[in-house]
Design a binder for this molecule. Structure first.
Ligand code: NAI
Length: 463
């Protein structure tokens, strides 16, 4: 029996060729295979992985299995799977459940699938955005009697999620609780998922330790920033082929993703404006040379609108009603609720191609909506390049090793990896791009209060 659901196994050869190339750009992951391949620190780990099923993620998966783990995988977004990467992973014998363009019902059933190990449960979660963690914790609460939690869905997403929970409850009573109790820890990839974890912990609802991978410096200050710098414009171009030079682009949010996104558009020659709510980030944007405006000011005049906030209802119906004909609207934050797409449902939609829609507003003006408001760099293009994902995923693997081998030392809560490991991740990526580090003399190290081997900065240093 095939233990996978993918688009087409015939794509496996193509996927494998791209994986081979990606490995040459992922020195951090390859170094971990060399360092830990013998000792097998993940032997016995049964990892439920929910993270965009791309070529880069395939190299992550094969690193986890090279270290001894059993893995089952799904994508954390309905549009982000690269079907050839999923095929290569399926052909290698790792169960994977991911199809680009899967439905929401399929999405949640695939999320359920990643926990269905032969032993009945996973013992680790590797999450991106927190959906896999939420699925188990919500199901366990319902099992404990809080049935009202899944009674009234407020969105299509919730409708599909609640239906899947009900299905699993009926098929295997007690399973969610058993599965929750078997989890030793979760490593979380992104800002939005990390927010969810801190919130759960604050409410006393996080029963296991979590490692916040996002806030490793070698993750958020690289993937979120330099990754989006490459992949945002890539997504807009593949979707629209629009000339970006000279156009006015608005980036909502100037955090790490916003900084990379604004740089991406500027690099393409667009005239970029930024909106922010935080005075520090607004000042940064201004001093980086961007005009800081409100969306109300520019809704009627800009050509391209991109949300990067991780917040909800940022581009609202009232803004889209003001936009000029053929304005491009997209989101690169984790969830699609940054743009009020649901409010457009009763408008006239024309599908141009996969993940590109043209929507006619009552005024007759049309907007081009990318990936229906879901993260467009993965929906319309192929996400970040391998090299930057190597840094992110090296943190992921280190976090999985830490939680699997030393989980008992941790109380439930949210932790970040120690700075020495963060510096190690960076160090593993220097040689590939020809970086030569300067060595501190013992006297210099002493003078600035560090050791010549590092860590080189205090915990509160902000990079
Ligand atoms: P961040 O917290 O560094 O930045 C978000 C910024 O948005 C903050 O500066 C905040 O003040 C601002 N903001 C919040 N509400 C706003 C509003 N109504 N209008 C204008 N600005 C507002 O977070 P980060 O790391 O930049 O992540 C942003 C989102 O992108 C998250 O959902 C994250 O999970 C996701 N992400 C997506 C990636 C991708 O490849 N598509 C990669 C990494 C993160």
């Amino acid at each position: 029996m095939t233990d996978y659901i993918i688009k087409d196994i015939a794509l496996a050869d193509y996927g494998r060729k791209e994986l081979d190339i990606a490995e040459t750009e992922m020195p951090g992951l390859m170094a971990l295979r060399a360092e830990y391949g013998q000792s097998q620190p993940l032997q016995g780990a049964r990892i439920a992985g929910s993270l965009h099923m791309t070529v880069q993620t395939a190299v992550l998966i094969e690193t986890l299995t090279a270290l001894g783990a059993e893995v089952r995988w799904a994508s954390c977004n309905i549009y982000s799977t690269q079907d050839h990467a999923a095929a290569a992973i399926a052909a290698s014998g790792v169960p994977v459940f991911a199809i680009k363009g899967e439905t929401l019902a399929e999405y949640w059933s695939y999320t359920d699938q990643i926990f269905q190990f032969g032993e009945g449960t996973a013992n680790m979660i590797l999450d991106d955005g927190g959906d896999a963690t939420m699925y188990i914790l919500l199901g366990a609460r319902v099992e404990a009697g809080e049935t009202d939690l899944i009674e009234t869905p407020t969105s299509e997403e919730e409708e599909a999620l609640f239906a899947q929970i009900k299905k699993r409850l009926a098929a295997s009573p007690g399973w969610f609780t058993k599965q929750r109790d078997a989890i030793r820890g979760v490593s979380e990839e992104t800002t939005t998922g990390v927010h969810r974890l801190y919130d759960l912990h604050k409410k006393g609802l996080l029963p296991f330790p979590a490692i916040n991978v996002n806030d490793s410096v070698t993750k958020s200050k690289f993937d979120n920033k330099y990754g989006c710098k490459e992949s945002l414009v890539d997504g807009i171009r593949r979707a629209t082929d629009v000339m970006m030079a000279g156009k006015v682009a608005v980036v909502c949010g100037y955090g790490d993703v916003g900084k990379g996104s604004a740089a991406s558009l500027r690099g393409a020659g667009a005239r970029v404006k930024v909106t922010e709510v935080d005075p520090i980030c607004a000042l940064q944007a201004a001093m980086d040379g961007f005009e800081v405006v409100t969306l109300e000011d520019v809704a009627g005049s800009a050509d391209i609108f991109i949300t990067t906030t991780g917040n909800k209802d940022v581009i609202r119906l009232e803004h889209m009603r003001q936009m000029k004909d053929m304005a491009i609207v997209g989101n690169i934050g984790h969830f699609d609720n940054e743009i009020q797409v649901a409010a457009l449902k009763n408008h006239k939609w024309t599908n141009i191609k996969d993940q590109v829609d043209m929507i006619e507003m009552p005024s007759g003006a049309r907007i081009i909506l990318l990936s229906q408001g879901r993260l467009l760099n993965l929906g319309n293009a192929t996400g970040h390049p391998s090299f930057v994902m190597s840094a992110s995923f090296t943190n992921q693997v280190l976090a999985q090793i830490e939680l699997f081998t030393k989980g008992d030392d941790y109380q439930p809560g949210v932790y970040i990896l120690p700075k020495a490991l963060d510096e190690k991740v960076a160090a593993l990526h220097l040689e590939k791009i020809g970086v030569k580090l300067t060595k501190l003399s013992p006297e210099q190290a002493d003078y600035i209060g560090v050791t010549p081997e590092g860590p080189f900065k205090s915990e509160h240093y902000r990079y």
